[in-house]
Design a binder for this molecule. Structure first.
Ligand code: CUA
Length: 180
């Protein structure tokens, strides 16, 4: 009845706390500490939660940098839509565009070499999900993310968009080749 009768002179912080509630508060506090510790631990030991650098950009600026790389280092085209396959020099800045609904261009990287991978969206929020290694990065318009990547295994990797971005979302698949 206390909840529907006027509280009158009752002062809530003087009310005794029920034991069950105290236990829940205790569990929540401990779980909160565990999650807080897990965030850096996941980065250091789990090889997840990448460190990225982020810069402000515009679609025009980013498009220009990507186009320059594509013009310089395209080695062939691939697929029904004739996407350029770009093999940039080892250690260089590599650009990837996310947009409705593709990842452009296709990259060809060398195993064991490090590159600076730049990601940016031309329109909406997309998600860079590298399969099968399960690496995930949010790709936002207006922000250029830079990640140092060192592919450690040759093969063909798929980039799946994992942020729902409209009618073509399920077709938004890109490709990275890693060669010897
Ligand atoms: Cu891009 Cu979903």
């Amino acid at each position: 009845m206390t909840s529907i009768t006027p509280t009158g002179k009752r002062i809530w912080w003087n009310e005794p706390i029920e034991k069950g509630e105290l236990i829940w508060i205790g569990i929540i506090v401990i779980w909160g500490i565990v999650l807080t510790v897990m965030m850096p631990a996941w980065h250091l030991y789990g090889e997840q939660n990448l460190s990225t650098e982020t810069y402000r950009t515009t679609p025009a600026m980013y498009q220009e940098k990507t186009q320059k790389m594509v013009d310089q280092y395209t080695i062939r085209t691939e697929g029904t839509r004739q996407f350029p396959v770009v093999a940039p020099p080892v250690g260089s800045d590599v650009y990837l565009i996310a947009r409705l609904w593709d990842w452009w261009p296709i990259l060809e990287l060398k195993e064991g070499q490090t590159y600076r991978l730049h990601l940016n969206s031309m329109d909406w929020n997309h998600g860079f999900s590298l399969q099968p290694v399960n690496l995930n990065i949010q790709v936002l318009p207006g922000y250029e993310h830079v990640i140092n990547v060192t592919p450690n295994k040759t093969g063909e990797y798929s980039i799946i968009c994992n942020e729902y971005c409209g009618i073509g979302h399920h077709n938004m698949v890109g490709k990275i080749h890693v060669i010897k």
